[in-house]
Design a protein around this ligand. Structure first.
Ligand SMILES: *Cc1c(COP(=O)(O)O)cnc(C)c1O
Length: 410
């Protein structure tokens, strides 16, 4: 007998679940890439993309994954030999810093460990010490996908403004865009990067770099920008071919059109609220399970937990055993721990993650929690009883609070 037969559920923090409507839109013959429907569709998509990032700024689209956008953001704004400040949480800030070093950029790294957000006061101290204003940009990850911590990006803008420091503020929103509230313009962010395969619900392959006027000026002041990464022609093309510096990612674009329609139909505020409610249900279940067992939420303070991904620790070898159980027995794949090595567990197999970004709803999350609870039982892992009920109660209370008058019980 297998309980896994049926629809497989990839519950890892990217790639995320792709909606059927997106898949269907991609299933079509190749379109003409020189004129006709495709160029018109892409031009129409730009403002919709900008609306998701909450910006009136420009956007360049690349055929790449998230790593490509790390490089694209830097290639346009920071020259070799110049310096960036990287307040790093978890794994991904270090990855961005590494990308910068590969471009010959000097990095100054502040490491906040793997269970805490960026501390704006530490960033303030580092910037205040930069009396020669050598720091050209601050590279901050909004949601670190390994630790599942969410940092306060607006607080970093406040620090830069207080000090009158001219550095660009860049945010990696690869995990958070269209999941956790993010406001590029209101929060004063100069460069925002993201990819197609997380909150945007499209397969991996598209990278997006949004940039402000100030960042565009920094681009113009660069001595040289590699042709392929140059965001100038991509954001302001004279002909369609320049959007992508070559052949367009045809089928991804059709998928993206549908995904953006879905987001705008729901409304970005409602998308954020859905992610918040579902994350709250996950935390409610985890709080119950962790009472009386080894399970812990990696981020203790809910105020700094992402609504898109949750990192958990069971300890080795239980984390890996649980993942194997849910995948083999139920068809639900959980995320591996990333960058979470411990002295007695160098590969960090005691950690695992839930991805809850994009195309996820209440039955999916309750199903995810249900199989995890079954796995904890099946593997005799001690845990508090009633996690799934707690999640259901949490969802019920959120719905009740949001629409108190819609349900009348006689
Ligand atoms: C997924 C992710 C990346 C890397 O994206 P790839 O598409 O795997 O290159 C970078 N930063 C964050 C915050 C991410 O979640």
């Amino acid at each position: 007998m297998s309980l896994a037969n049926g629809r497989q559920y990839l519950a890892i923090p990217g790639p995320s679940v792709v909606p059927d409507a997106v898949l269907q839109a991609m299933h079509r013959p190749s379109p003409n890439i020189y004129e006709g429907a495709l160029p018109d569709m892409v031009a129409g998509m730009i403002p919709d993309l900008a609306a998701v990032a909450r910006t009136k700024g420009q956007v360049a689209i690349y055929i790449c994954n998230g790593h490509g956008t790390w490089e694209a953001a830097l290639a346009n704004t920071v020259a070799p030999g110049e310096t960036v400040l990287v307040p790093a949480t978890g794994r991904f800030g270090h990855g961005w810093a590494d990308m910068a070093e590969g471009l010959g950029i000097e990095t100054q790294i502040l490491d906040f460990g793997r269970a805490a957000p960026i501390d704006p006061d530490a960033v303030r101290a580092a910037l205040a010490a930069d009396t020669g204003q050598k720091i050209k940009a601050v590279l901050a990850v909004h949601v670190d996908t390994s630790s599942s911590v969410r940092s306060d990006i607006a607080a970093l803008r406040a620090v830069l403004d207080d000090l009158g420091h001219p550095a660009l503020l860049m945010a990696d929103c690869i995990a958070s865009l269209a999941c956790d509230r993010f406001e590029m313009d209101a929060w004063g962010v100069d460069v925002v990067i993201t990819g197609s395969q997380k909150g945007l619900m499209v397969p991996p392959g598209l990278g997006f770099v949004f940039f402000s006027n100030k960042a565009a000026e920094a681009r113009r002041a660069m001595p040289r920008v590699s042709r392929y990464w140059d965001w100038g022609p991509r954001a302001d093309p004279e002909m369609f071919y320049q959007y992508f510096n070559g052949t367009a990612p045809t089928h991804h674009l059709y998928g993206l059109r549908v995904a953006l329609d879905m987001i705008h139909e729901e409304g970005i505020e409602a998308v954020w609220a859905r992610h918040e409610a579902l994350a709250g249900a996950i935390w409610a279940a985890c709080d119950v399970w962790s009472d009386g067992g080894p399970l812990t939420l990696n981020i203790a303070d809910p105020a700094f937990r992402s609504h898109a991904v949750t990192s958990l620790r069971l300890g080795a070898p239980l984390g890996a055993a649980l993942r194997r159980w849910t995948e083999e027995q139920t068809g639900v794949t959980l995320g591996i721990g990333l960058g979470m090595s411990e002295p007695d567990d160098p590969k960090g197999t005691g950690f695992f993650r839930f991805g809850h970004m994009g195309h996820v709803n209440a039955p999916m999350i309750l199903g995810l929690l249900g199989v995890v609870e079954a796995g904890l039982d099946a593997l005799d892992i001690p845990h508090g009883k009633g996690g799934v009920s707690a999640a259901a109660r949490q969802l019920a209370s959120v719905v009740r609070d949001a629409s108190p008058k819609t349900v009348k019980v006689a």
